[in-house]
Design a protein around this ligand. Structure first.
Ligand code: GDP
Ligand code: MG
Length: 442
């Protein structure tokens, strides 16, 4: 990852007060490679590098930072800035019903995202939401929207496949007006590739219903191709926002940077699972960390604190902050919270890449069974052992294994996993990216 590459370089660059042409050149080669590995499109990489170079050259190196660390900071900041600073929710500033048009290639996740957005708007913004499908080419797609709309708790407006998309959308709009809906979400037909006729169709649809938001839905796994798709949609439609789907896949999400640069529209949401609640407000800084290969530690912390037991999560967070050792009681409470949150799968993509690589290969049912077994093992330990896991040597391991009805190897495995988690907690204690960067320099 970029972090690995840079940490090597950073070490060779200490003791200089200024960022010089030489060390910028060398660092930028690494940054370029990392961005390409993350599937950022080449022209976007070039632009980005040029901007960073300009900002970096001659920049003073402050305080305890080395030039390398300072440069990493600049890269990270510029990355986040390029993808949009802060967060931006859906704009509903229109005479109700606010119309939201969904655009994107077939399979990008438009229909799924329509329902996810409906749920988001109902729950977070307390809106009355209607959905309609203008996908007249595939009756199955209309049914699909109906099903997911139900799951979202929104209402669905029926459309007939023999009607024109514009007529369907107008009928839905009329219905939404008469029944005082706040929002109308218009799902559209899939395009397998950029297709002139379909582009015209969606442009006409846009002209007819005048949406306040025109969201470009794009698959994060699309990688290098995302830039061409984005360009074509940008030409056809005045895009107001981007939804990046399938961020739960193993892509590093470089498409975000490409799509954002080409369309100029803010990335508003990230799709993180197939499920109806798998939508997150996009966070550029966190995503910069992902592109840089830092692992989405902030997201992990959020996920953990989102769990049912807020008090326990709070305690854990305080403990981490105060620097107290993370012990097996905390580990146990984390395990049981993961279970409450409906399994491990949602957490996996949030872990740093080196852990995810391993996790990606396990099957989830087995993982859930393992979790239960881990709980069993920890429950066979004494309170002292849980507080001071380092005490657990051979004799204690045998006793614990016998108590839990498992092999000693499983006790070892649990202790290893605990240690990994403890290491991660130690890193988090430092408070985010910049601190970690500082540590890279020693
Ligand atoms: P559309 O053709 O653009 O309407 O795409 P769909 O909404 O039908 O989605 C295509 C496929 O991608 C479906 O199998 C969805 O379940 C899946 N999908 C959509 N968004 C996500 C996501 O954020 N994560 C994952 N893992 N799958 C997704
Ligand atoms: Mg669809």
């Amino acid at each position: 990852t970029l972090t690995d590459r840079l940490s090597r370089l950073v070490k060779t660059m200490r003791g200089q007060a200024r960022i010089t042409e030489d060390n910028v050149q060398e660092m930028m080669r690494e940054v370029r490679m990392a961005l390409l590995e993350a599937d950022v499109a080449l022209p976007v990489v070039r632009d980005f590098i040029a901007r960073v170079k300009e900002k970096a050259l001659g920049a003073e190196v402050v305080g305890s930072l080395s030039p390398g660390q300072a440069l990493v900071g600049i890269v990270n900041k510029e990355l986040a800035a390029t993808m949009g600073e802060g967060v931006s929710d859906i704009n509903l500033a229109a005479q109700p019903p606010a119309v939201i048009l969904m655009a994107g290639l077939q399979g990008a996740g438009k229909t799924t995202t329509t329902a996810k957005l409906a749920k988001h708007l109902i729950e977070k913004r307390k809106k009355k939401v209607l959905t309609v499908s203008a996908d007249v080419y595939r009756p199955a797609a209309i049914e699909q929207l109906k099903t997911v709309t139900r799951q979202a708790g929104a209402e669905w407006f029926p459309s007939t496949a023999s009607d024109k998309p514009v007529d369907i959308a107008n009928a839905a709009l009329d219905h939404a007006r008469r029944h005082y809906f706040d929002v109308l979400l218009v799902d559209t037909a899939g395009r397998l590739a950029i297709d002139e006729a379909l582009m015209k169709e969606i442009a006409d649809l846009h002209a007819a219903i005048k949406p306040v938001e025109t969201l470009f839905v794009v698959d994060a796994m699309q990688g290098q191709d995302a830039i061409n798709t984005a360009r074509a949609f940008k030409e056809a439609l005045p895009l107001t926002g981007i939804v990046l789907t399938k961020m739960d896949g193993d892509s590093r999400g470089g498409a975000a940077l490409s799509v954002r640069q080409v369309t100029g529209a803010p990335i508003k949401f990230a799709g993180v699972s197939e499920k109806i609640d798998g939508l997150e407000v996009f966070d550029a800084e966190r995503h910069a960390g992902r592109i840089l290969g830092m692992g989405d530690i902030v997201a992990l912390v959020e996920e953990v604190t989102k769990g049912v037991d807020m008090a326990a999560a709070q305690k854990l967070a305080e403990k981490v902050k105060s620097g107290d050792a993370f012990d097996l009681n905390d580990f146990l409470s984390q395990i049981s919270q993961m279970k409450k949150m409906g399994g491990l799968s949602g957490l996996m993509d949030k872990l740093p890449t080196q852990m995810t690589a391993k996790a990606g290969q396990v099957d989830m049912d087995k993982a859930e069974r393992d979790v239960r077994r881990m709980e069993g093992i920890i429950c066979s330990m004494t309170p002292l052992e849980r507080r001071k896991p380092d005490l657990i040597k051979a004799t204690r391991k045998r006793r614990i294994a016998a108590g839990a009805g498992v092999h000693v190897q499983e006790v070892n495995r649990l202790l290893n996993q605990f240690e990994q988690m403890r290491d991660m907690m130690k890193k988090m204690k430092g408070g985010g990216m910049m601190k970690m960067m500082k540590r890279l320099g020693g």
